[in-house]
Design a protein around this ligand. Structure first.
Ligand SMILES: Nc1nc2c(ncn2[C@@H]2O[C@H](COP(=O)(O)OP(=O)(O)O)[C@@H](O)[C@H]2O)c(=O)[nH]1
Ligand SMILES: [Mg+2]
Length: 272
């Protein structure tokens, strides 16, 4: 479904971050060096450390949630920030085509500079969304294999597509694909929701190998809590979409309009 008219050559990097003062500076600087990236937006999602200041110092435009609202909400805020910036550019007389969006985690550090293979297929019109595949060794050490399996199996059931790293947050999207996937699934369900919703709407999704690395997740209490939150968010995202899918199979045969999606989703208590 990708076409060259989908976008410009330009890319905005959007980085959701919570308590990442140690790494955000390197991540932002590396993002600035990527091909086509002329705007780097950091969304500080209720951090209690100096993430916002460190990001600003590294040259990012920073938006801040006063309270933690979760990764999905932070990504929406970041995209809205890009849209607002482009509106400002247009009012200043510039001829601006909407930028593609490159989502990066804040804990990549200098390895964010290896994101080029994510960007190129989207700029070339070969994919509507790319998803990073990290070198396996470290990813496995993360120890959240059961959440990965939950997401992978759920995506396969919903779409027939087998994602190797379904929770990988490093993704590049055309703006049209991003808009089609809104509202994003909340919290850490956002990656699973994006993949299912775009595939179900006929967009092209591609996993690509990148030489990136992130903070290895530990086994301490904080890491366990993180995995538990991830699990709940992915499970809820899948449940909402399974109910939707059942609705579609029951009669309509095509994807319902947004309003109808919301009514079905509402029964599952998902708040968008
Ligand atoms: N917006 C937002 N981002 C978060 C939150 N928790 C973690 N992140 C960011 O999401 C990304 C992935 O988190 P991380 O802890 O590295 O999870 P992992 O990669 O799955 O082990 C990083 O950029 C974090 O800064 C949160 O509550 N809200
Ligand atoms: Mg990480």
């Amino acid at each position: 479904m990708a076409s060259p008219t989908d976008g410009s050559d330009r890319v905005a990097a959007v980085i959701p971050a919570r308590d990442e003062q140690e790494r955000i500076g390197d991540t932002v600087r590396a993002a600035h060096g990527l091909p086509g990236v002329d705007l780097v937006v950091v969304v500080d999602d209720g951090s209690v450390d100096d993430t916002a200041a460190a990001a600003r110092q590294a040259g990012a435009r920073v938006f801040r949630h006063a309270r933690n609202r979760g990764k999905g909400a932070a990504m929406e805020t970041g995209a809205e920030g890009v849209r607002g910036f482009e509106e400002y550019e247009r009012r200043s007389g510039a001829d601006v085509v909407s930028r593609h969006l490159l989502f990066l985690d804040a804990d990549l550090g200098v390895t964010a500079g290896a994101a080029t293979p994510l960007i190129e297929p989207v700029r070339a019109g070969a994919a509507d969304m790319t998803i990073a595949r990290f070198p396996q060794t470290r990813a496995r050490l993360g120890g959240h294999g059961f959440v990965v399996r939950l997401a992978r199996d759920g995506i396969r059931r919903a779409t027939g597509w087998e994602a190797e790293q379904p929770l990988n947050g490093q993704r590049c999207l055309t703006r049209r694909a991003f808009e089609a996937a809104r509202p994003l699934a909340p919290g850490f369900g956002v990656e699973t929701g994006l993949t299912i919703d775009l595939l179900c709407r006929g967009f092209t999704v591609l996993e690509v190998d990148v030489a990136m690395d992130h903070r290895a997740t530990g086994t301490d209490v904080r890491a366990q809590l993180h995995r538990a939150r991830q699990f709940v968010d992915v499970a809820r995202t899948l449940a909402v979409r399974e109910v939707r899918g059942a609705g579609i199979r029951r009669g309509r045969g095509v994807l319902p309009e947004r309003g109808a999606v919301h009514r079905v989703a509402g029964k599952q208590r998902e708040k968008h």
